[in-house]
Write a protein that binds this ligand. Structure first.
Ligand code: NAD
Length: 371
């Protein structure tokens, strides 16, 4: 069958990394008709708005999209296209797996956790104002509802069951935010009662950051509110090897949009330099969502082998300071071509090699792999 998928190339490095994902998608043999829809800076130039209606209409029609990052001006300027997209399409669950790939670029080769972030409310509700005319004070309202908290916690536990995960940890700040934090906490506790086979526990967000910096491999699924989830998912991306390899999926009741955790990295735009893996692993998540698990397994394995082999990798996986095995950096398109070349050749049925001495979940690096 042919899948119709909306493709939003986005800003900065977005067009390069989405093109890389298309190259890999073509190698899977899954028949995808890409419906290209422009949002962000390019849409401002052509249509006068960063999020034209036809983008939303396209996603409503196809029900699935692959997206590149979109620039959001800091302070003034237009409201975030990413936030508007999530709120307008009610994409309430942002799912960001943080998996070390082949033990590369990380001090934590066994890290394998998933951050589930509520993506429609909290401090991203857009309810904010200056308190006085002098702009000497300002307020941003943190909107937390029982409905959205209940929905995201249920999503996290269902995901844990589906993915054979054993533990869901709620992250909040209920000791200080006695209403909003406590509401999220009580929704979590109520939902957890329905999943007796999953260990449910809680961490205050500050303590969670310290725990993650020390022993991230002990955590499994984290569920949290919008701002904490944004921050924690970048932290976890860094623990697992960097923004260049961190994918994401945004799920609503019937629509899903897949995008990397990283932004538009304007300083690398047009240089064919950015790591395409985060966008390619977002494609992997999309293929799973479409029910194409075998193709998704091939994509993951081809990425894993390319990273582990380390012959054709971008600067962030190649240079001293990022790795103890420096190699000459390759371009974004060369790395994508190498992953695409491997897609039909890999054998996902064989277990991933483990790093010597590795413990716990997740793949590790094979000490015998050629370097
Ligand atoms: P960023 O993720 O774009 O870049 C931060 C740094 O991380 C880069 O300078 C680069 O060193 C590195 N990096 C990021 N992606 C990489 C890749 N694929 N390969 C190699 N290195 C990579 O974060 P930023 O600079 O804070 O944000 C830039 C713009 O992107 C802002 O306008 C921000 O609002 C936007 N943004 C969009 C999204 C989204 O569309 N979902 C997400 C985050 C940020």
């Amino acid at each position: 069958m042919t899948y119709r998928v909306t493709l939003i190339p986005g800003d900065g490095i977005g067009p390069e990394v989405t093109q890389a994902a298309r190259t890999v998608a073509a190698a899977t043999g899954v028949d995808i008709e890409w419906v290209v829809a422009e949002a962000g800076e390019v849409a401002i130039r052509s249509k006068g708005t960063p999020l034209p209606d036809d983008v939303l209409d396209s996603i409503r029609a196809t029900r699935v999209a692959l997206k590149g990052p979109i620039t959001t001006p800091i302070g003034g300027g237009f409201r975030s296209v990413n936030v508007a997209l999530r709120q307008t399409l009610d994409l309430f669950a942002s799912v960001r797996p943080a998996r070390a790939i082949a033990g590369e670029g990380t001090r934590f080769p066994d890290v394998d956790l998933i951050v589930v972030r509520e993506a429609t409310e909290g401090l991203y509700s857009g309810v904010e104002h200056w308190v006085d005319r002098d702009h000497s004070a300002a307020e941003t309202v943190n909107v937390i509802t029982r409905k959205a908290s209940d929905r995201i916690c249920r999503f996290a536990f269902d995901l844990a069951v589906r993915e054979h995960r054993h533990r869901v940890t709620a992250v909040h700040k209920a000791n200080i935010m006695k209403t909003t934090g406590a509401l999220f906490q009580s929704a979590f506790q109520a939902v957890a009662k329905g999943y007796p086979s999953i260990t449910a526990d809680e961490r205050l967000v500050d303590n969670m950051c310290m725990q993650l910096a020390k022993k991230p491999e002990e955590y499994d699924v984290l569920v949290t509110t919008n701002l904490f989830g944004d921050i924690l998912s970048d932290l976890c991306a860094g623990l697992a090897g960097g923004l260049g390899i961190a994918p994401g999926g945004l799920y609503g009741e019937s629509i899903a949009v897949f995008e990397p955790v990283h932004g538009s990295a304007p300083k690398y735009a047009g240089q064919d330099k950015a790591n395409p893996v985060a966008e390619i692993l977002s494609l992997e998540m999309m293929l799973r969502h479409l029910g194409e698990a075998k193709a998704a397994d091939r994509v993951y394995r081809a990425v894993w082998e390319t990273v582990a082999e380390k012959k054709v990798v971008t600067y962030d996986l190649a240079l001293p300071g990022y790795t103890d095995r420096p190699v000459p950096p390759s371009s974004c398109s060369a790395m994508a071509a190498e992953i695409a070349r491997k897609v039909p050749l890999v054998d996902p049925s064989t277990p991933l090699p483990r790093r010597a001495g590795a413990a716990g979940k997740g793949p590790g690096i094979d000490p015998n792999l050629e370097t």
